[in-house]
Write a protein that binds this ligand. Structure first.
Ligand code: C2E
Ligand code: MG
Ligand code: MG
Ligand code: MG
Length: 291
């Protein structure tokens, strides 16, 4: 009767996605060993404070150097880590490594730098997330004001749970940013409940500030809303001087993008710290020269 039809449907389904699935399973398998084999590392992208012209903060971004396949984008392996549960150990490693690094820069004589660490949805439903973060702060002796946690709007699926967790995190003394703000298809009402400190304007809006009047309007709206809600704003993905000059004129607090620096290894950031500032200053000066 019905039974013989089912395998046909399964076979059809399998044949259309099998290569992708196999590749994914292989990667998941390799990702298991990546932590132990020290194939994961962090890069840090400077964020420029527009008022002071200083690098006061960085975003930590995880990288995977696969022994055979080479560099694999976090856009590929983070979703695999999320679906497999590996995001829990990986997320903890990222957090601890980033906190240690900030202490390392401090020991090397750099001015205080705050690090932003991305959280995944899976981590927010991890039983002991708050305790884990508390322990990492204790262990690394990092002053919590130098840790910012990035969440995304896609995590607002359970407002009550998130509100509880975020308040507990705030008690630790860390700050919270909403990453990729404006792309999450969520209602804005969570802004009333969540103890948020910062909005990160998604680069898709920033990159079209000059060419698309809707994107420009959205950036204006986010900046004005943030001001009323007393939230800081980081604009992501600044690649061009025109984008920067618009954001400077609009009193955006902080910018992050290839115009100033790509994500770089921690020692490179340390060695080039003065140079990064010199470059940033000449870029900022070139804007004022236009006015
Ligand atoms: P994100 O958190 O929004 O990070 C910003 C991404 O934009 C980074 O990509 C960064 O390299 C890129 N970017 C920065 N400035 C520019 C620019 O001017 N132009 C362009 N085209 N891109 C720019 P990346 O490193 O590939 O990371 C992609 C995403 O992977 C991140 O987006 C984040 O969602 C996720 N991710 C990265 N590291 C971690 C991590 O440690 N934990 C978790 N949970 N997710 C992570
Ligand atoms: Mg981020
Ligand atoms: Mg982002
Ligand atoms: Mg993102």
């Amino acid at each position: 009767h019905e039974a013989h039809k089912i395998p046909t449907r399964i076979r059809f389904y399998e044949s259309s996605i099998s290569s992708g699935t196999t590749e994914r399973l292989l990667l998941e398998n390799d990702l298991h060993d990546a932590l132990v084999n020290q194939e994961l590392f962090l890069e840090y992208q400077p964020q420029l404070d527009l008022q002071s012209g200083q690098i006061r903060s960085v975003e930590a971004l995880v990288r995977w150097q696969h022994p055979k396949k080479g560099w694999i984008s976090p856009g590929v392996f983070i979703p695999i880590a999320e679906e497999s549960g590996l995001i829990i150990p990986i997320g903890q490693w990222v957090l601890e490594t980033a906190c240690k690094q900030v202490k390392g820069w401090e020991a090397a004589g750099l001015p205080p730098i705050k690090v932003a660490v991305n959280l995944s949805l899976g981590q927010l439903f991890q039983q002991n997330l708050v305790e884990m973060i508390h322990n990492v702060l204790e262990k690394t002796q990092l002053d919590p004001q130098y840790l910012q946690l990035e969440i995304t709007e896609s995590m607002t699926i359970n407002i009550d749970h998130m509100t509880t967790i975020l308040h507990q995190l705030k008690v630790l003394g860390v700050t919270i940013a909403v990453d990729d703000f404006g792309t999450g298809y969520s209602s804005l009402s969570y802004l009333k409940d969540f103890p948020i400190d910062c909005l990160k304007i998604d680069r898709s809006f920033v990159q079209k500030i000059q060419s698309d009047s809707t994107d420009k309007a959205l950036v204006d709206m986010i900046l004005s809303m943030a001001k009323h809600l007393r939230l800081k704003v980081v604009a992501e993905g600044i690649e061009e001087i025109d984008q920067l000059s618009y954001l400077v004129a609009s009193k955006c607090d902080t910018v992050q993008g290839f115009l100033f620096s790509k994500p770089i290894p921690p020692n490179i950031l340390q060695e080039n710290y003065q140079m990064l500032h010199k470059d940033a200053k000449s870029i900022l000066d070139s804007i004022t020269a236009f006015e």
